[in-house]
Design a protein around this ligand. Structure first.
Ligand code: WTA
Length: 637
């Protein structure tokens, strides 16, 4: 069975795209008919980008979990909703049918209520990639609490910042997480974070690794004990809270070009429609297929394409707890074979990392179940694209290169698998409802083909962010002030002779490390926390596996025991302040930084040196101290 709103040909794509642009409200109101509502909307769209204010399906009432669970329990109760593959391949996988998942979500929703959680509360989720993470997310949505999932690789300090920013009242976590041959002591990291989070009243702790943890009286409760209380009540069912279309569904923190990460806010109806519509159309999902998105639920890709997109479409979503290279680099392929995966959606960095092991780990694995491949998170280089196509797709599976952002809720530019054409390195064409615009530095639209510029979007789509939590002005300044009446993405982009888009990378001070966004300002703040660091400047440089690596220039006036040791201390500081994912790849000690007379760091020069392009630095005569460039060049790492 397919979906009535699934686009079936290139011709149909062109027709639908035009309709969606010419009559957007008619278009989206028809798509809206395919969901379950408590009350119809009064107005399809109400918006202006000045404030900004965007309201989709205004006046409607719904609960996203009824769309993800209840409606499928009625029609396909025994179809697998989640297949879970554990970190350790010798342990059994788990399948939860729609009926079972519905039961568990209701049960845990009652646990949340029993512990005082209610509509509008913010709940922080810091968990391993286990089915209970999905259950926790959906249980929050069931009762109308706003979830804020924090990736398991973030430090106590980062968690604390996020909890305080959202004033969360509860944390859902586990004793620990498995990641390859490592374990991560999640609860003890939470304990450290909570030293500075007075808003937290309750902590629910799932038993997973069995590591001993401290449990604080009255604050900390075991997941299993709380579930038992519901089981004995017999009344496991939890009615879904009736939500306004524009009530907040979740907050997800992401890095920007300045200061602290911002809490991107998505609301119930628009996000649901967008996650679902893009899932069904981009991957061309057919009922019965197994969809394997390898992202972590701590990032937007996991939210939209492990949880909400697939489940709202009644699909089978596979979640994997571990990492692609453990116990060996054949793990993804083993999973594909074991669960007959039909759609594999991963990041270029994972492809490049697996590529480096050669094809030996793929040999003997049956990958014939794969119909569609996908990539996300960063530009994919042609070499990786061809490797993926030849060795994993056997040259018969379309590859969708999906461009989107935390702020966009779902995919905005991508080919549709097998329907519109792919072009290596290109995200290709916009989805229905999406009007990409390229602008030059002065904000003038660059029309025509074979041009490049900064990528903006002209008109709202249902999944656009609504605000940044607690600071609407920051949302306006970040995304809606650079160019009037346009949403600015922060990405550079080119359009080829056929109107295909190729994303060339960030044009702001945000790095993309292994598909993870990290702001340079945030990184510099973290490095500067190290005693002895006077000043630092961070730039990205091309990295074979990570896409971009982190290059840190550091002015240090503390005591070195030896340089290597100091570098490790600096890395440790960053790991403490942000998380291990943000550790610099290279650190160069310098006596000064190239600055203009007004004190602005000339990052262009630092970037060129980090890239190794040292003979082509351009004009350095405006620098306060041109000699510093020579020193930096000669000590390049
Ligand atoms: C980059 C991830 C090229 C881009 C879903 C964007 C991409 C940032 C692609 C968002 C792609 C994402 N090709 N670049 N297919 N997909 N990006 O918020 O720079 O973690 O702005 O969302 O990743 O990262 P985020």
């Amino acid at each position: 069975m397919s979906y009535p709103y699934q686009i079936k040909s290139l011709e149909e794509y062109r027709k639908i795209y035009n309709q969606s642009i010419e009559h957007p409200t008619k278009f989206w109101s028809e798509i809206g008919e395919h969901f379950k509502w408590h009350k119809q909307w009064d107005e399809v769209l109400h918006w202006n980008f000045k404030e900004p204010k965007v309201e989709w399906f205004k006046g409607a009432r719904l609960n996203i979990t009824e769309n993800c669970l209840d409606r499928w329990v009625e029609t396909q109760p025994d179809i697998p909703a989640i297949i879970w593959e554990p970190n350790d391949p010798t342990k059994s996988s788990i399948t939860l049918t729609y009926k079972e998942l519905h039961f568990k979500v209701c049960q845990f929703a009652n646990v949340l209520k029993n512990n005082g959680a209610k509509k509008g509360d913010r709940i922080c989720i810091y968990m391993p990639m286990v089915p209970e993470l999905v259950i926790a997310v959906l249980a929050c949505a069931r009762i109308g609490a706003i979830h804020s999932v924090v990736f398991g690789g973030f430090s106590a300090q980062s968690i604390s910042d996020r909890i305080q920013d959202a004033q969360c009242s509860m944390v859902i976590t586990a004793d620990g997480a498995f990641r390859g041959n490592k374990t991560i002591p999640l609860k003890s990291i939470i304990d450290e974070a909570l030293l500075t989070c007075p808003s937290i009243e309750k902590v629910l702790v799932l038993t997973h690794t069995g590591v001993p943890v401290s449990m604080i009286n009255e604050r900390d409760l075991w997941w299993e004990d709380e579930i038992k209380k519901i089981e004995s009540q017999e009344n496991w069912y939890c009615p879904a809270e009736s939500m306004d279309a524009e009530d907040m569904l979740f907050i997800l923190y992401t890095s920007g070009s300045t200061g602290k990460p911002k809490g991107v806010v998505h609301t119930c109806a628009g996000y649901m429609v967008w996650a679902n519509y893009t899932f069904v159309n981009v991957f061309q999902y057919k009922k019965g297929q197994v969809h394997f998105c390898t992202a972590d639920i701590g990032w937007i890709t996991g939210h939209s394409y492990i949880i909400y997109g697939p489940l709202s479409a009644g699909a089978t979503t596979l979640m994997f707890e571990g990492i692609p290279t453990w116990p060996d680099a054949g793990r993804f392929w083993e999973i594909v074979e074991k669960h007959s995966v039909n759609i594999l959606y991963t990041a270029p960095t994972a492809i490049r990392s697996l590529m480096s092991f050669g094809i030996e780990p793929i040999m003997g694995k049956n990958l014939s179940s794969i119909d569609v491949l996908g990539t996300v998170g960063e530009p994919i280089n042609e070499e990786a694209w061809h490797w993926y196509n030849e060795n994993i797709g056997n040259k018969k599976c379309p590859i969708v290169d999906t461009w989107w952002q935390t702020e966009t809720g779902g995919v905005l530019i991508s080919n549709l698998a097998g329907i519109t054409e792919s072009k290596p390195g290109f995200a290709t064409l916009p989805l229905p409802g999406i009007q990409p615009v390229l602008v030059d530095e002065s904000g003038k639209e660059i029309k025509g083909n074979e041009v490049s510029g900064n990528l903006c979007i002209k008109y709202p789509w249902p999944g656009i962010l609504r605000t940044t939590y607690g600071d609407h002005e920051r949302c306006r300044i970040n995304y809606f002030s650079a160019y009037p009446d346009l949403y600015f993405t922060g990405d550079g982009c080119l359009r080829d002779e056929n109107g295909n888009y190729r994303i060339t990378g960030r044009v702001d001070d945000v790095l993309n490390i292994s598909g993870h966004r990290i702001g340079t300002a945030e990184l510099e703040n973290a490095i500067n926390m190290h005693t002895g660091v006077v000043e630092s400047a961070i730039v990205g440089y091309p990295h074979d596996i990570k896409g971009q690596g982190i290059y840190a220039y550091v002015i240090f006036n503390g005591m070195h025991t030896d340089e290597e040791h100091t570098k490790q201390d600096i890395c440790q500081t960053v790991a403490k302040i942000i998380g291990a994912i943000a550790k610099p790849d290279k650190i160069q000690f310098v006596t000064g930084l190239p600055k203009t007379r007004s004190g602005k760091i000339m990052r262009r020069i630092l970037r060129k040196i980090a890239e190794g392009d040292i003979n082509n630095l351009g004009d350095t005569s405006t620098l306060l101290d041109p000699l510093i460039v020579e020193e930096i060049k000669s000590n390049r790492q």
